[in-house]
Write a protein that binds this ligand. Structure first.
Ligand SMILES: CC(C)(COP(=O)(O)OP(=O)(O)OC[C@H]1O[C@@H](n2cnc3c(N)ncnc32)[C@H](O)[C@@H]1OP(=O)(O)O)[C@@H](O)C(=O)NCCC(=O)NCCS
Length: 150
């Protein structure tokens, strides 16, 4: 049986666990200071927790009027492929903060098949690319820009 998980808004007490989770998901760490700074400046976010209240996933988004941008999304490696990211995205889209949103944007590394497939499943379409947008382990990596029109 699938383990249950719960999605709720990020709280101050989550910042430390969130920084740890972020570093398990991305090569470029965001420390607690950076995460707090985002949340203090209009970024909203949700975490997915398991039965033990362990944070297993997060999504961060910036909403400005009728547009929104996914700043980051990640799931603990051992909790992936159980629908957490998809559910967090659907939770975000259904949230009252998104009621006026008509377009949602995301940038994803060109090689990131899991990310691209996730967004495609949610209805995002590829709308462009940015050459050498990311620097990962000393290499320039293209970004794919994807858009969901609501
Ligand atoms: C991308 C990521 C957030 C997906 O999280 P997840 O909880 O495993 O995703 P879900 O289980 O909700 O998957 C939803 C859909 O995404 C796609 N998907 C997810 N992981 C995939 C993988 N490894 N390969 C191919 N498709 C994948 C599938 O379409 C899947 O639907 P399906 O299960 O019906 O096939 C996760 O792999 C992750 O944290 N990666 C590292 C951080 C990252 O790359 N974030 C995105 C940067 S833009």
């Amino acid at each position: 049986m699938e383990q249950p998980f719960y999605i709720r808004p990020i709280e101050e007490k989550d910042i430390s666990g969130l920084a740890t989770l972020h570093s398990a998901c991305f090569t470029k760490d965001w420390g607690q200071k950076e995460l707090r700074n985002l949340l203090d400046h209009g970024v909203i976010g949700f975490v997915a927790t398991d039965d033990n209240a362990t944070i297993c996933g997060f999504v961060l988004a910036r909403i400005v009027l009728d547009e929104a941008e996914i700043i980051s999304i990640g799931v603990l490696p051992e909790k992936r492929k159980h629908g957490l990211a998809e559910n967090m995205m659907r939770h975000l889209l259904a949230h009252e903060a998104c009621v006026d949103v008509r377009a949602l944007f995301i940038e994803v590394e060109a090689f990131n098949d899991a990310g691209k497939r996730l967004y495609e499943k949610l209805g995002f379409q590829r709308t462009g690319s940015r050459k050498g947008y990311y620097e990962i382990a000393g290499q320039r990596i293209d970004a794919i820009t994807m858009t969901l029109t609501l």
